[in-house]
Design a protein around this ligand. Structure first.
Ligand code: PGA
Length: 249
């Protein structure tokens, strides 16, 4: 039985003061929620406030990126080791915006995933196709290549600890959510890849989240699909009421 994970990705939004205000509003709305995991992934500068606010609650805190290695002369970077020392639990890896604007590729996704696991963080590894790729019928080829390059080289022990997020790039921040059927087809394909590489038990245990314009009014339809195990939520995670409605779907 897979516990759903509802994770908010704040991207480059919110100051520490905004973060405190968010948690003041959000935590009471999810205090009684059970049977699912909730997480917020704020910008680095908000992590300390988020961790302090969420302490003792049922909400885990994640980062949006990490650098490989423990420490070193890497101007502007933050390592998994550093994230672990302050109590961060999750880290998003290979988000399409990282791929698009910062040149991240499968090799980088793989090495960051291994680095996250080395320091006990739960990687949320993102895959997803562009609109042109979907329209040309290459969605499965793209997802397959992302899986083969970024995820399949993990050992079974490493793989057992990751979460996968399917995020069709055309649905991110566009308001164009994938239909539950489109999302479920992709999830089933990815779970098939997991089964082929890591076996049926691993495929059964792996959480695959959907991301891309998830809102309070479409989350239930997505979550009704057996292969969809949660959501990675951008815009709708910025508002406490809206994200609480998603967590409490
Ligand atoms: P969105 O972003 O919910 O704003 O579409 C999702 C994501 O990028 O993870």
């Amino acid at each position: 039985m897979r516990t759903p994970l509802l994770a908010g990705n704040w991207k480059m939004y919110k100051t520490p003061a905004d973060t405190q205000a968010f948690f003041d509003g959000f935590l009471p709305l999810v205090a009684g929620t059970t049977g699912r995991d909730a997480a917020i992934c704020p910008p680095y500068i908000d992590l300390a406030v988020a961790l302090a606010a969420a302490k003792g609650s049922n909400v885990g805190i994640g980062a949006q990126n990490l650098a490989t290695g423990k420490e070193g002369a890497m101007t502007g970077e933050i390592s998994g080791y550093m994230l672990q020392t302050i109590g961060v639990k999750y880290v998003i890896i290979g988000h399409s915006e990282r791929r698009q604007f910062f040149g991240e590729n499968e090799a980088g996704v793989l090495s960051k995933t291994i680095a996250a696991l080395e320091y006990g963080l739960i990687p949320i590894v993102c895959v997803g196709e562009l609109l042109a790729e979907r329209e040309s019928g290459s969605t499965e080829a793209v997802l397959g290549a992302q899986f083969d390059g970024g995820i399949a080289p993990l050992t079974p022990e490493q793989f057992a600890k990751i979460v996968i997020a399917y995020e069709p790039v055309w649905a991110i921040g566009t308001g164009k959510v994938a239909s539950p059927e489109q999302a479920a087809d992709a999830h089933t394909f990815i779970r098939g890849k997991v089964a082929a590489k890591f076996g049926a038990a691993a495929a059964e245990a792996t959480r695959i989240l959907y991301g891309g314009s998830v809102k309070p009014d479409n989350v239930a339809g997505l979550m009704a699909k057996p292969d969809i195990d949660g959501a990675l939520v951008g815009g709708a995670s910025l508002d406490p009421k809206s994200f609480a409605a998603i967590v409490n779907f």
